[in-house]
Design a protein around this ligand. Structure first.
Ligand code: ARG
Length: 586
């Protein structure tokens, strides 16, 4: 809703500038910003300073002339001029109340869907077959899901793609090794689980690195697979299915929807990638490999760096597949925006792939591609997140541990409060809080920085955590239970009347949801939404500590109940866009 307020203020200011100084200044930016100090109102226009030189006048005098022409009386209290010539604007209570009423009646809470809906591809999660999903994939999964949810809510047509690593040399190794040590694993399904597979993978890799004969046989197996040998194909299929089932368990626990379109999907398209690069004159041969020399990437000797698209042994690689993928996504899927969510370490890979795709003329100017990088997950010692024995942490164990700890916390709390709850309740709360805490801890960080994984911090009831936000929601539900209130039936004439300072602060914050979502939509930073919800919870708690609700007299009581309800609805919607489900009690 604040988006429309800002738009109206901007227009009114522009009109005032024209009235004061003539049509030449019609396109002047009023430089309207939110103030961070309520003393200066809600917004401040800084245009007077920027016009001083052009108009050869003092900023304060310019501000006075603008204000004399400014008509914002339906939105604001009388404008004030401060300091050298800031125009301070404070929204009127009646106007805020009017906006709140509109939000109240709108299932989308005042957030208008995009007027220019796009076809968007979000490429996220993307683990590798025969390997366990690890915390890096966890970040991609959580961030990608949240970005997809926000874009969907904003009205875009989102295709969520899992670019699974299901092709390449690892299968040659694995198939060769399994043929020798566990043939039944690749002749019929259901013989081994992902844990076994990971062990076999490790063994195969070790042999590949140390045993020349093995290496050669493994290479032959890759060729076999790529040539479509039925036996190799079947083995590959079984291995993929096995991994897929394990991945799906994680997605179910995390409530993630995603379509698999793995690397193998693009396999038939790879020869044409190379052929068309050749036709466009970009392809060169470098030490037996087919490459495209990159602009702006140099080796130590200052020579342009090649992007290999076909290795000297004739094989294709990760980059070839991504070239095929970006072409398919623009030409077949007709995507307007393609978003890739991986760790920051892959930034160069994507820049290089985009550059080649662009130079080849495969991506129209209008298509926006974005690499959304994220930092590393670190242990509390600041080093790479590992188990005590130094191995990478399995996602399943990590989620189990979060839920286990959240359950312990809950049981302790129940004991202290002397509450009896069913096992069912305990399990649901522990799972939602545990998983929600893991997600929120990840999303609330600026994703580009590394973050320290701490169960204690993410599960704390105080601070910028999922439990704190969930608790604010629960608090409102508690009010409704205690007062036997049906928020959806507060009466025809129920109105919000703002009085206390904390009510104003809460109301203004509630009205900013549309602005925040628009920001996340453009800069793909879910931490902005987290920060918004955290501040919303804080403002709600301040209001609730200061203002009585159930004990208040009418019409204040109903008005405050409405504020509570709107807070809960905003929290519920906001958290759902982070992939976190609320609880009625906890
Ligand atoms: N499988 C890759 C990995 O585990 C991530 C794939 C990301 N997406 C892409 N189109 N390259 O690092």
């Amino acid at each position: 809703m604040m988006k429309s307020a800002i738009a109206q203020l901007n227009t009114a200011l522009q009109q005032a500038i024209v009235k004061a100084f003539g049509p030449d200044l019609a396109d002047t930016d009023p430089i309207l910003v939110s103030t961070n100090n309520p003393k200066f109102g809600d917004y401040q226009a800084n245009v007077a300073m920027s016009l001083a030189r052009q108009l050869k006048d003092k900023p304060r005098a310019i501000a006075e002339k603008i204000v004399a022409q400014l008509d914002v009386s339906h939105l604001c209290k009388p404008p004030e001029i401060a300091g050298p010539g800031f125009i301070n604007l404070t929204l009127k209570a009646e106007y805020l109340e009017h906006l709140l009423r509109q939000v109240q009646q709108d299932p989308r809470l005042g957030v208008e869907p995009s007027k220019t809906p796009q076809k968007v591809i979000v490429d996220f999660s993307s683990p590798n077959i025969a390997k366990e999903m690890h915390v890096g994939h966890l970040r991609s999964t959580i961030i990608g899901d949240s970005i997809a949810r926000v874009l969907e809510f904003q009205g875009h047509d989102v295709l969520r793609l899992n670019h699974v690593g299901d092709w390449g040399t690892q299968f040659g190794m694995l198939i060769t090794h399994l043929r020798q040590v566990c043939p039944e694993a690749i002749t019929s399904s259901g013989q081994i689980d992902l844990g076994d597979l990971v062990v076999f993978y490790r063994q195969a890799k070790q042999r590949f690195d140390t045993d020349e004969d093995f290496k050669e046989t493994a290479r032959e197996a890759v060729v076999e697979l790529q040539a479509g040998s039925p036996e190799a194909r079947k083995a590959w299929q079984i291995l993929c299915d096995q991994s897929r089932q394990e991945f799906q368990k994680i997605y179910d626990r995390l409530d993630i929807e995603i379509d698999e379109r793995g690397e193998s999907f693009y396999n038939p398209l790879l020869p044409n990638v190379v052929k068309d690069l050749k036709a466009s004159g970009l392809l060169e041969t470098d030490q037996g490999a087919e490459v495209v020399f990159l602009e702006g990437f140099q080796n130590k000797a200052g020579k342009p760096l090649p992007l290999i698209v076909r290795k000297s042994d004739g094989g294709y690689n990760y980059a070839t597949t991504d070239l095929a993928a970006i072409r398919y996504r623009t030409q077949q899927d007709k995507a307007d925006r393609i978003i890739y969510i991986t760790d920051a370490g892959q930034a160069n890979h994507f820049t290089q792939v985009f550059q080649v795709a662009q130079r080849a003329g495969w991506v129209p100017e209008s298509v926006e591609w974005v690499h959304v990088p994220f930092g590393l997950v670190q242990g509390e010692d600041g080093k790479k997140f590992k188990t005590r024995s130094g191995e990478t942490v399995r996602l399943k164990d990590l989620l189990d541990e979060a839920v286990r700890r959240s359950r312990t916390d809950l049981e302790q709390r129940l004991a202290v409060e002397n509450r009896q709850e069913s096992q069912d309740f305990i399990q649901t709360v522990a799972a939602r809080v545990g998983i929600g805490a893991v997600k929120y801890a990840d999303l609330s960080q600026n994703r580009t920085s590394n973050y320290i994984f701490s169960y204690d911090k993410m599960l704390a009831l105080q601070g910028n955590t999922a439990p704190y936000l969930l608790y604010a929601y629960v608090r409102v539900q508690g009010i409704s239970r205690k007062g036997d209130i049906d928020f959806d039936d507060l009466g025809e004439n129920a109105r919000i009347h703002l009085g206390d300072e904390t009510e104003f602060a809460l109301a203004k914050h509630l009205l900013q949801l549309d602005q925040i979502l628009a920001e996340v939509e453009s800069d793909l930073m879910p931490n902005r939404l987290c920060q918004y919800l955290f501040e919303l919870s804080q403002k709600f708690n301040q209001f609730y500590d200061r203002c009585s609700v159930l004990q208040a007299n009418e019409p204040q009581r109903t008005s405050r109940l409405m504020l509570c309800d709107l807070t809960a609805k905003t929290l519920k919607l906001g958290l759902s866009l982070l992939g976190i489900q609320v609880l009625e009690r906890m």
